[in-house]
Design a protein around this ligand. Structure first.
Ligand code: URA
Length: 185
């Protein structure tokens, strides 16, 4: 068994935070173990909790479309979340829940060693860049180097489901990501 699979197994039985009590199942993440690009969202929603797969609900359909626009195939990237279990009523994860899950996420990053980590939404960006003052609207689609890792913050695809005005900035971020990948190819 690979180390990445071992982490997924640990996630499935994890009881490090109270989110374990309310979940149907944990959602470790999905994608090839040698993916060069990793996407990190916030936390599973109802559909993800039911299926055990990240981004399979409405936000996932949106993500799939945006990935195609950036000339990326979902099956080539690794997709996970800062929190591996669904928070009740889809509330934002609490800081202690994100902290409890951090070791799983850091383990996945260490195994996959992606060349690029795309954070989806403000929460994932704040968690990964450890700075709550950063604005995802300003940093959307830009490159940030931190501690030997390369990050591209992106607006969360679900933001477009709640607010039509967010659609264009979301697409702009993924378009910049596509340009960046072509430049780096
Ligand atoms: N939103 C997220 O941040 N993650 C998912 O897996 C689904 C929706």
């Amino acid at each position: 068994m690979s180390l990445l699979d071992a982490i997924a197994d640990q996630v499935r039985v994890c009881t490090r935070c109270p989110l374990a009590e309310g979940r149907t199942q944990a959602v470790p993440g999905a994608g090839p173990p040698d993916a060069s690009i990793m996407f990190i969202g916030e936390a599973p929603g109802a559909e993800e909790d039911a299926q055990g797969e990240p981004f399979v609900g409405k936000a996932g359909q949106m993500l799939n479309r945006l990935l195609r626009g950036a000339e990326l195939d979902r099956t080539d990237v690794f997709i996970t979340n800062t929190c591996k279990c669904r928070p009740p009523s889809n509330r934002d994860p609490h800081a202690d829940e994100v902290r409890a899950c951090r070791e799983h996420l850091d383990g996945q990053i260490a195994c996959i060693r992606p060349t690029l980590i795309c954070t989806l939404g403000r929460w994932a960006m704040h968690t990964m860049l450890e700075d709550e003052t950063l604005s995802v609207m300003k940093l959307n689609g830009t490159v940030i180097e931190r501690q030997g890792l390369t990050f591209v913050p992106l607006i969360h695809p679900a933001a477009g489901l709640h607010n039509e005005n967010m659609q264009q900035p979301i697409e702009d971020g993924f378009r910049r990501l596509g340009e960046l990948l072509r430049e780096r190819a």
